[in-house]
Design a protein around this ligand. Structure first.
Ligand code: 6MZ
Length: 292
């Protein structure tokens, strides 16, 4: 653990107290990918469950150090998805992710996930069905956490696949689905391939959040993305001046994911993080995790 700064020492005595203060503080979490938020302990349990049938998964370890490039991050999901390829695992990870956030003091949680099918029987609808049924278990006040769901459209999706996700979002609106997200490897796909799906989602009263400007190469897509009138934007790391002005004019809230950005190396370090610009102008931001 790093040495506490004089400020921390004066306010909290030591880093342990600061950690406790942060954990106890009631929080909201608005940007958390289910398959990206599985704790190392839960991943290990999934490995134990699967390794009899898929021995190569026994070698799976989560990289602990900073990644060189964001591409290294997306390749992790090739492994994670082999651990979560059936309804039982999906139900299990959803519950464990909710309980982990609750332990960390989160009182309002918006999870997001990309519906997936598997050749062994899981369909996109059964995936959404199991996730929403776990979320519904937490709908009683005694659980002390409110959980909602956003369905993600992967940037690589065809329009047909994106529409399928939106139709599921519409169908499961009364089971806790509140919105639709655009996510996935920022080097893949293009908003224009899936844009009509977002417009359809909006028509049905679903909220829209988009991963935005995670890498510089996404800038040419910004105008098309903003034309959807998104309700929130994720990351917003690289902004051109037109989109900066538009976001500020429309006061579109930003889901800021500092740890994720630094880990994936889309931002060099915390001191140079773009949250500074938003804070200086008083722009609405919410600090989120994105993944582990
Ligand atoms: C680092 N920033 C990021 N940028 C873009 N997409 C991300 C992401 N982190 C995660 N995902 C998206 O979320 C999926 C995993 O959760 P679900 O299977 O949906 O629950 C990943 O496959 C990726 O598409």
């Amino acid at each position: 653990m790093a040495e506490p700064t004089p400020f921390i020492l004066s306010q909290y005595g030591n880093l342990k107290n600061l950690e406790k203060y942060c954990r106890d503080m009631p929080k909201i979490e608005l940007h958390a990918h289910i398959n990206g938020s599985i704790s190392p302990e839960t991943l290990q349990q999934l490995v134990e469950r699967k390794k009899k049938y898929k021995p190569h998964l026994a070698q799976f370890t989560i990289p602990k150090r900073k990644l060189d490039v964001i591409d290294d991050f997306f390749s992790i999901f090739k492994f994670v998805y082999q651990l979560t390829d059936d309804e039982e695992s999906i139900g299990y990870i959803t519950e464990s992710v909710i309980l982990d956030f609750k332990k960390d003091g989160v009182q309002y949680l918006e999870l997001r996930t990309t519906p997936r099918s598997d050749k062994d029987g899981m369909t996109k609808e059964s995936y959404v069905g199991i996730v929403t049924s776990v979320i519904q278990k937490f709908s009683y006040p005694e659980h002390g956490i409110i959980v909602k769901l956003i369905l993600s459209i992967d940037r690589r999706n065809t329009l047909e696949e994106a529409m399928e996700t939106v139709n599921l979002a519409i169908k499961y609106k009364n089971k806790g689905v509140v919105g639709v997200d655009l996510c996935g490897d920022p080097k893949e796909g293009h908003i224009d391939n899936v844009k009509p799906a977002f417009i359809e989602a909006k028509k049905h009263g679903l909220k829209i959040t988009l991963h935005f400007g995670e890498i510089k190469a996404n800038i040419p897509e910004h105008a098309s993305m903003l034309a959807i009138s998104p309700d929130r934007l994720g990351h917003a790391t690289h902004l051109d001046s037109e989109s900066k002005d538009f976001i500020s004019l429309k006061n579109i809230p930003i889901e800021i994911c500092m740890t994720s950005n630094v880990l994936c190396n889309t931002v060099k370090n915390y001191y140079e993080h773009h949250i500074r610009d938003f804070l200086l102008t008083g722009h609405l931001c919410c600090i989120c995790v994105s993944d582990i």
